[in-house]
Design a binder for this molecule. Structure first.
Ligand code: OSB
Ligand code: MG
Length: 367
């Protein structure tokens, strides 16, 4: 593969409703769509899922834009590649910045699948004919949470993740458990129990499917200690930023489950490596979400066809967050499942009219 042009589209869209987490409220989403051209006319798409401020991880839309424009695009425009894994590996002299790297890596995988005229899920060796979907509720009152769960159940979701934090945990989860006894529920703390982890032990009796990232990003040792005190499996999210982090977490027994996000780990190449490692070690994995637009959502759908994705993830319908997304067709969840896209590459098209409407910045980088 010889890449000749990188186009960056910075977009901004309002969420249908504010999304509340223990770390803050998201009302509007910015993102960067990477459009990668090769010398044969193929076009691949990737998406940077960093937020506008560094509340979830340290990257932002601006740091990603800088990294892609000034550091990563010049690398991919300079050399040629046989395989998309080489793109990620050609960034090995660049420290961290996984969400910037991921956007370029994703686009290279899309180009590669298009060259081979295969759907991306087939290109990466996916075997699942339907994907296990789930939805996330991030609301500020328990009444609102219960209302949303009811509505999502009616849409066919069978697994729901609730955002929790100190004071919005045991009583909330107990009420949810009581109201929806058959529903598979898990809680995501986004590190809210760092320093106050004993507040979590109460929740252990509720039989939750798992608890996600109770402690800080760097707290692998602390998570291992907490897991020994809890029956509920701990799932790591923020802590798993690379294959190396996954190896450390497994060695330390910091949790029993890993939420794999393509953006957080540096791309599809690294996501697949983490999936393979977890399979070898009996660690369960599921595909995480980032309130993303259609490009990243389509990549998630492809990733989740890999055999290890045996539990539902945070891949929901496009309509969960957006009035109108920038890609067609939409991701649609039916009876808790999504069918993979069968078109070549990521299998969705960019809706140019919608992209124009939501685009706030555009840049073209050429060889
Ligand atoms: O529905 C989604 O896209 C996932 C929502 C979610 O939980 C989330 C959204 C943005 C940033 C971090 C997280 C998280 O998993 O912690
Ligand atoms: Mg999380």
């Amino acid at each position: 593969m010889k890449f000749t042009k990188v186009e960056l589209h910075v977009i901004q869209m309002a969420l249908k409703a504010p999304f509340v987490t223990s770390l803050g409220i998201v009302k509007e989403r910015k993102g960067i769509i990477v459009e990668l051209h090769d010398d044969q006319g193929h076009i691949g798409y990737g998406e940077s899922v960093a937020f506008e401020t560094p509340w979830y991880t340290e990257e932002t839309v601006k740091t990603c834009f800088h990294m892609i424009k000034d550091i990563l695009a010049p690398i991919v425009l300079k050399q040629s590649y046989e395989h998309p894994t080489e793109v990620f590996d050609s960034f090995n002299t660049i420290r961290k910045n996984p969400m910037a790297k991921a956007a370029v890596d994703m686009a290279a995988w899309d180009v590669f699948a298009k060259i081979h005229q295969l759907p991306l899920h087939q290109m990466i060796g996916g075997t699942r004919s339907d994907i296990l979907a789930g939805v996330v509720v991030g609301a500020s009152t328990i009444d609102e949470v219960l209302k949303q769960i009811q509505a999502f159940k009616a849409e066919g979701y069978e697994r729901v993740k609730i955002k929790i934090g100190p004071g919005k945990d045991y009583d909330w989860m107990k009420e949810i458990r009581h109201s929806f006894p058959e529903l598979s529920i898990l809680a995501d703390a986004n590190s809210a129990y760092s320093g106050v982890e004993d507040q979590l032990l109460e929740i252990d009796e509720l039989g939750l499917q798992m608890i996600e990232q109770p402690l800080g990003q760097d707290d692998l040792v602390d998570h291992a200690r907490l897991q020994k005190k809890m029956v509920t499996p701990i799932c790591l999210d923020e802590s798993i930023t690379s294959l190396h982090a996954a190896k450390s977490a497994i060695a330390l027994q910091s949790g029993r489950v890993i939420n794999i996000k393509i953006g957080r780990v540096g791309g599809l190449t690294e996501a697949i490596r983490i999936h393979d490692l977890c399979q070898k070690h009996g660690i369960q994995v599921w595909c995480g979400g980032m309130l993303e637009f259609g490009v990243s959502r389509a990549h998630n759908v492809a990733l989740a066809t890999l055999s290890g994705f045996s539990i539902p993830g945070d891949i929901s319908s496009s309509s969960r967050y957006w009035q109108e997304d920038i890609t067609t067709p939409d991701v649609v969840v039916e009876r808790g499942r999504i069918l993979p896209f069968e078109g070549v590459g990521i299998g969705v098209e960019i809706n140019r009219k919608r992209l124009d409407e939501v685009r706030i910045h555009h840049e073209v980088l050429i060889k």
